[in-house]
Design a binder for this molecule. Structure first.
Ligand SMILES: *[C@@H]1O[C@H](CO)[C@@H](O)[C@H](O)[C@H]1NC(C)=O
Ligand SMILES: *[C@@H]1O[C@H](CO)[C@@H](O)[C@H](O)[C@H]1NC(C)=O
Ligand SMILES: *[C@@H]1O[C@H](CO)[C@@H](O)[C@H](O)[C@H]1NC(C)=O
Ligand SMILES: [Cu+2]
Length: 183
């Protein structure tokens, strides 16, 4: 039974990778994750259109740096006392599986204060599909659309407009359920 569940998890994970059109972003580009050269990570992140399933890669010398995922409050105050997660490999790939802000900094004393911190934001709103009416109107005449159908239409838009992020969320939910069921 457990092996069947594991097989399903693997299949769903493969589907997620296939559907998500995931991009890989190396933080700081060629500079990497460092305090040398005063890399402006806010400026690095600003123009990026992060999506669910994208991979954020931190490359750094593990003798001098690390990566901590933290809350917004800890991020603002560079508080390293209780990170949500800590990465120390020197080449850490983190897949973004939830919308909203994901805050990271280097936990080595002084480095966050020196600007070694980055906020990866996947916007929560879904209103970015390019031509929603063109996609929806052939399915249901606008005048007769009741409220529940609007939700379905929005989900459909999300699917078409964002490379399957609705499917991605569904798959993630299935994975979470299976993992908790087998734990
Ligand atoms: C850092 O965060 C911890 C845990 O949230 C908190 O107890 C502590 O007071 C914070 N320290 C500072 C200096 O803000
Ligand atoms: C980091 O890992 C990725 C694969 O996850 C690899 O392509 C890349 O070359 C690695 N970088 C270094 C500096 O080892
Ligand atoms: C929704 O997304 C659009 C396009 O990315 C953005 O311009 C807008 O500010 C967002 N609205 C909210 C409330 O986040
Ligand atoms: Cu550092």
């Amino acid at each position: 039974m457990a092996s069947v569940e594991r097989a399903v998890v693997v299949l769903v994970a493969m589907a997620v990778v296939h559907l998500s059109n995931a991009a890989v972003y190396k933080v700081g580009d060629s500079a990497g994750w460092t305090t040398i050269g005063n890399v402006d990570y806010k400026q690095w992140a600003a123009p990026k259109n992060f999506q669910l399933g994208d991979v954020i890669r931190f490359e750094y010398n593990a003798q001098f740096h690390n990566v901590m995922r933290v809350t917004h409050a800890m991020y603002k105050s560079c508080n390293t006392s209780k990170p949500l997660a800590t990465y120390t490999s020197g080449n850490d790939s983190i897949t973004i599986i939830a919308r909203g802000h994901h805050f990271f900094f280097c936990g080595v004393p002084g480095h966050c204060q020196n600007g070694q911190k980055v906020d990866i934001n996947v916007p929560r709103n879904l209103s970015t599909a390019p031509t929603p009416s063109a996609l929806v109107s052939p399915l249901v005449p606008a005048a007769t659309v009741p409220a529940p159908s609007l939700n379905k239409a929005a989900a459909l838009n999300d699917l078409k407009g964002h490379g399957g992020s609705a499917m991605l969320q569904l798959a993630m939910t299935v994975v979470a359920l299976l993992v908790s069921a087998s734990a």
